[in-house]
Design a protein around this ligand. Sequence first.
Ligand code: PTJ
Length: 275
Amino acid sequence: MRLSRSHPRYASLRIRARLAAQAHTGLVAPEGLIAHGRGETFDYLLGERTTPSARAAERRAAEWIRSARLPVLSVNGNVAALAANEVARVARASPGLSVEVNLFHRTPARARAVANALRAAGVRNVLGVRPSARIPGLPSDRARVDRRGILAADLCIIPLEDGDRTRALRVLGKKVVSIDLNPLSRTSQEADLPIVDELRRALSNIADELERPGPPERTGRFARFDRRRALADALGQIGRNLKRAAAARPQPSAPPGRALRRRARGTGGRSRRTP
Ligand code: PTJ
């Protein structure tokens, strides 16, 4: 399908087309397309940009990566398809960090495809293709991990994750950083440091922080983070954006001609960004 660059939603449509193509190759699970649609909805509501609160969370996440003795970044099909380059940047900027394939809909072929996408983007050492351990108490394939990676980690960074594994990792005493646009998801609600931002923006911002000179601390101690506040900030932002959008709509009683004229003057009506 040809996409017109002049379409107001060109960037989003391009990403959607890329994911759809990668669902055909098997890199992205069919369920991954649904997950992406959920994410897009929340990004829309959040204003499709990194909020100041999310930026602060990303700064703190970079500090936690520096402080961790063994930080591990978990990668599923959607993450590999959308952000392999950003994962590689984070890995380059933090040499002690491991990258591990972890799939909900696991097949050996998908695990290899994710690892290949990461290697093609420049990630040197990819764990998790042949899992060697299980996270206890978790029935799904997400429990299958590498004993040198997620099982041994003191910090797990888990983009686009599910709530059960987030909880299981915390029960094992690990610190968990999530990246999830839905502040109400069980993952965001369970994580020690929920980043409510789009995956690629979040990983780029974390890489920016890690690329700044700073001591590799590796103390195993993590600076305080107010997770409730971060989630409340995201919900507050969505609330303000919805209120503003509702206020910009024409009054229902306005005759259609007047509403259209107002829209043409740009003083009311539907946002131009609506597809
Ligand atoms: O590749 P697999 O087999 O491991 O499967 C991966 C998916 C994504 C299918 C699996 O993890 C899944 O089903 O995820 P969920 O339960 O749909 O949750 C995905 C969460 O990520 C949702 O809360 C979405 O809002 C959020 N999300 C989706 N796309 C993005 C996102 N958050 C940040 N950036 C995105 N681009």
